[in-house]
Design a protein around this ligand. Sequence first.
Ligand code: ADP
Length: 595
Amino acid sequence: MYTLIKITDSPLRTRFLLYFIILTTAPVLVLGAVAISLIDASHRRDVSALELQLINQKIEETEKFLERTLGVLEVVVGYDQKVDIELTQQNFFLDGLLSENDAFEEVSFASVDSAAYGKETAKKSKLYKNPELFTVALLPKFIEAKEGKTYISEVYYTLKGPFVTMSAPVRNRNGIIVEVLSAEVSLQEVVQSINAGSIGARGGIVLADNNGRLIAHREPIFASGAKIGNIFSIKRVLAGEKVDALQPQDRYESLFYKEPVVGAGKKMPDLGWAFLAEWPLSDADAVINGVRNQVLILTLVSILGVLFFAPLVASRLTKPINALKSGAEEIEQGHFDKEVSIATKDELGELGLAFNRMAKGLKRLEELKNEFVYIAAHELRAPVTAIKGYVSLLVEGRAKGGVTLEAAEFIDRIDRANEGLVHLVNDLLEVARSDAGKIEIAVQPVSLGAVVKDVVATMRILAEQKKITFQVQGEIADLHVLADPDKLKEILTNLISNAIKYTLGAGALAIKYELDQGMVITHIEDTGVGISFEAQKKLFEKFYRVKAAGTEEVNGTGLGLFIVKQLVQKMGGKIWFVSQEGKGSTFSFSLPRVS
Ligand code: ADP
């Protein structure tokens, strides 16, 4: 027979569960967090690299445009002598420049010759047929070029967009400067290059000149030439700060996009123009958010998995321990036959086997003890009965006045003591028989009313001596139960005698019946001392006696209720009680009814 192992809430299992959950979820959480932060960091670096790469590309394109355009103006003419170029040739040359270069709006020659120093000699414009000629001697475009340098002015803004003025010296074959050639250059090509630059789906570039005015931006929110130098991010780039999309302040609410962006910027070395790349976060972080969510979901799923499996693992670990615990409890209850079953082939499995061997040993010991008690009680019965016989002869002799008063008193005491001894020996014998399974019961239909009447008749005197009223429910004459008549008498005698014994002083005793699903229940009610809550749990154990105030003098062995329970159960019934300390108890037992 195997013990049914029921896993109830156990602290050990809870502890296992906690350890398991902590040991498994902590690394998962740490790994998840590390993975997310690594992914995040690498993503930030990628964003920064992409933005800076685009900026570098745009700076390069802008520089190339300016260089190329300026290169066109650096002319060397085919003369040796230091003289002005002929006017027709100048005009012809300027016409050629305008028609071949989209960027040029207006081109002009200015003289370096002392006679016409600083005066424009020829000028061609895409807007006017005959543009006016001015003296430019004091303008930087003339001064710089005449000194042999090339010149690019600050950006200025017209209805046609941003422009710069460029100028360069015209030299003869000997390297002597003979004219200054200048041009008004549209930056439309730069604007287009900036507008075409993109990162991701929506990221783009802002270009501002060194004075903080807008040259170009993809989103036409500000007009060309608008003053944007005070916008925080532009200001930082113009101030030469490090803006590389990695600083905390590189993530901000953009005025161009009207939403949070990540920005990176650079200042063009020579002209000091500011290039700022901005990428809306919703676009830049779209992919990484997906990855982060996946890592998060994976982490959560792992934790849920752990939470699901942890109780199973904990149960596996505590199951054998709980089996041993409930096995030990069975043994404590005297059930030595119960075996624990631990299926594992490890130390715990071996412990289970050892436990079962120990239970067998205990069972053998119990059997030996029962045998001993049985033999001892059996052997004691004969001398005790003999003593009883002789004492009753003495009691008779005392009645006839054959003994002294003192001897009479002793005889009385011997009689009472021997009576107790007889009781004990009988109870012991009965218990030993019960333990050895030797109680013989022969059930037959018995009139419950007749047996109760019989027992009550002998008990009534005892009750009356203690001023306890006796009440037996009447209509039981034809109630028959299936029982062994002698054992039924023993049960009733025991319960009624207890009810009398444990009622100190006057009281009331009642016997009542009840029919319940083919059983007859007999209730024995008393108004005695009652039984405390703690004592109730042990009441049917062998040799258990309650230590209640006032009952110290009451004779007893603590075996009566144990025997009664065995007898009731053997006859197919049950026994129970309800009791309230100080108020009284009701003992009830059921027996099968015979109709
Ligand atoms: P005992 O020989 O001591 O009466 P029992 O097995 O009959 O042994 O009873 C065990 C203990 O239960 C008693 O010692 C007593 O303390 C308590 N007991 C039994 N019946 C009653 C009762 N009707 N009222 C109060 N206590 C009782």
